[in-house]
Design a protein around this ligand. Structure first.
Ligand code: PPS
Length: 572
């Protein structure tokens, strides 16, 4: 019996075990590049054949072809630039023809790269052509401009070892491992389902139907490399997938994790995903509405049309050698207690169609509200609830900002006492003076030092927030940009509540509790906030409290009310 070409081994970029040991020793002397998390994902799929026919990071000629026409210089279809971006000063040290070692974040050498090309890309053009717009609201464009290095290096890669993963090891397969698995089970037709979200019942129904209708086996192939910022983390998702896997017939369905760094490039991404799945031995691929969509652009409109991805895939389907299975939009029909494809419901006006949108699901999780069984499996909901407890059980940070002597510390202390009376979550107070004693004792009051001080406070507060505690911070925090950075760091894990203690500088000076304003006026303290150093008044704080004519207890109570309004504290 002949083996279908989809199941024959695919070329990898790894050298043999013995050569790898030798090469590893030799590579220790080479100039090294420390790979970013995204580059590690790309390298893994380059080396294991997931990105076949690529043999390394794109050369300039291949890059130009891919950006302009989705084709490598040799003519093969390839929609996504897989480039090694580096910093300019690093690139200056590298000569064409030189071998460099590619290391993971622990310093382990994973591969060597023979540099054949080095160039400064036109990033605005790459953004336009590949992602459809040079707009930072697109996560990959934002990455391109603000995270990626200025210079690209290209050339063939020699693989030494796979990146190390400590999680879900049994669920990770290279293209050849999957091909071997399909060969072993006699699976000739395999339909792959790409996902970066937890699977709910609608997804289970549609994937099951897709497989049944194409008379194929099913591979649930979720991305666990990098997905869209803000997605449910992959640990939680994989536990959810494992729960859903039990709902399929075991003999026809399997799951494997794909260490891909997604770009959210819609149509191009769909074609790329198809080629990757073909390399993994699949014959069919499900493409949905708004496949790999990046969300809204900076004008509030979608980057791509809802069916652009399907259209582009269809254009290239024959050449790609993997068949598209268009996604069926499944909806729940209450009267018949089952999911049905939306376009097959003839009696729409007589039945009740139920739906819960992604936004509504997030709201229900955040508020701890009911999520019905028809929408998701109880095991999935319970996993999601563990990771995303309602807001009233999540950690959060309150940052008081204002002049010295404005009353920040006093209100912060009062708030801490009130929150401790309520109980339920540990509370930490990071007061300006406490922090300067314990975390920042070597720092002064220059802009640079103040920023360092605030960022340290922000880091500690983000860790507290991540672990479910309440952090109350009370530094002056005079710079808006630094406060914004702190906010961004914390909002990854929980709410950030900025409270402007709006006591006027005149009133602070009049009170002059510590006698510092007098010294500042006399020039004995330099760079004193409000006197000889700037303070950016918060433009949109969650709350502004006026202390003149209001007692401390009332100010703290205003914060408590705000926290309650934000859903951060609730009755038990
Ligand atoms: S910052 O800007 O956020 O890093 O400042 P912070 O860590 O909150 O420290 C402010 C307290 O340090 C005392 N102090 C000064 N404040 C402002 N400017 C200068 N130059 C300065 N020198 C010393 C002052 O007592 C502040 O006390 P608070 O707690 O704000 O009343």
């Amino acid at each position: 019996m002949t083996m279908p070409s989809s199941l024959a081994p695919i070329p990898e970029l790894y050298v043999s075990y013995d050569s790898a040991q030798k090469l590893k020793m030799e590579a220790a002397d080479l100039v090294s590049h420390d790979l970013s998390p995204r580059q590690i994902c790309d390298l893994e799929l380059l080396m294991n054949g997931g990105f076949h026919p690529l043999k390394g990071f794109l050369s300039e000629e291949d890059y130009n072809g891919v950006v302009e026409t989705m084709r490598l210089a040799g003519g093969a279809l390839w929609p996504m630039p897989i480039t090694l971006d580096v910093k300019r000063d690093f690139a200056e040290k590298i000569e064409i023809g030189q071998d460099i070692a590619l290391r993971d974040q622990e310093g382990v050498i994973l591969a060597t790269l023979t540099v054949t090309d080095k160039w400064v890309p036109d990033k605005a053009k790459e953004a336009e052509k590949v992602f459809g717009a040079d707009d930072d609201a697109h996560p990959a464009v934002n990455y391109l401009h603000h995270t990626a290095g200025e210079v690209y290096l290209g050339g063939p890669v020699t693989g030494i070892q796979q990146p190390v993963h400590y999680d879900f090891r049994a669920r990770r397969d290279t293209p050849n491992e999957l091909r071997a698995y399909f060969r072993k089970l006699g699976w000739r037709k395999v339909v792959a389902f790409q996902t970066r979200n937890p699977l709910h019942r609608a997804h289970q129904e549609l994937t099951f139907r897709a497989a049944r209708e194409s008379e194929a086996n099913l591979l649930i192939h979720p991305v666990v490399g990098m997905t869209k910022p803000g997605d449910v983390d992959h640990f939680t998702r994989v536990r959810c997938y494992e729960a859903v896997l039990d709902k399929y017939p075991a003999s026809t369905t399997t799951m494997s994790l794909l260490p891909l760094a997604m770009r959210m490039a819609g149509p191009r991404e769909a074609v790329w995903h198809g080629l990757i799945r073909k390399n993994h031995g699949c014959t069919h691929f499900i493409v949905g509405r708004d496949h790999a969509g990046p969300g809204k652009n900076s004008a509030g409109e979608d980057f791509y049309g809802p069916y652009d991805a399907q259209d582009l895939f269809r254009q290239h389907e024959a050449e790609m050698g993997i068949e598209m299975v268009p996604f069926r939009h499944m909806v729940y029909v209450q009267e018949r207690a089952q999911y049905e494809p939306n376009d097959e419901i003839a009696d729409k006006d007589k039945v009740t169609i139920l739906n819960i949108s992604g936004t509504e699901l997030r709201r229900r999780l955040a508020e701890g509200l009911e999520i019905p069984d028809w929408f998701s499996f109880p095991e999935v909901v319970s996993e999601l609830r563990k990771t995303k407890p309602p807001r009233s059980k999540q950690g959060f940070t309150v940052l008081f900002t204002g002049f010295s002597g404005s009353g920040k510390s006093t209100i912060a202390n009062a708030l801490m006492t009130k929150l401790m009376e309520m109980g339920g979550r540990p509370v930490t107070l990071l007061d300006g003076d406490i922090v300067r004693k314990n975390l920042s004792s070597e720092l002064g009051f220059s802009k640079e030092h103040r920023d360092l001080n605030i960022l340290r406070i922000g880091y500690v507060a983000s860790e507290i927030t991540k672990n479910g505690g309440i952090a109350i911070c009370a530094p002056i925090a005079p710079y808006a940009t630094t406060r914004r950075k702190v906010r961004e760091g914390i909002e990854e894990y929980g709410a950030f509540v900025e409270v402007h203690v709006a006591t006027t500088i005149e009133e602070c000076e009049r009170r002059d509790r510590k006698g510092l304003y007098k010294l500042a006026r006399e020039g004995k303290i330099k760079e004193f906030t409000g006197i000889s150093d700037p303070y950016d008044v918060p433009a949109n704080p969650e709350l502004r409290v006026e202390t003149e004519g209001t007692d401390v207890d009332n100010c703290a109570h205003q914060v408590v009310l705000k926290l309650e309004a934000m859903g951060l504290i609730a009755g038990h």
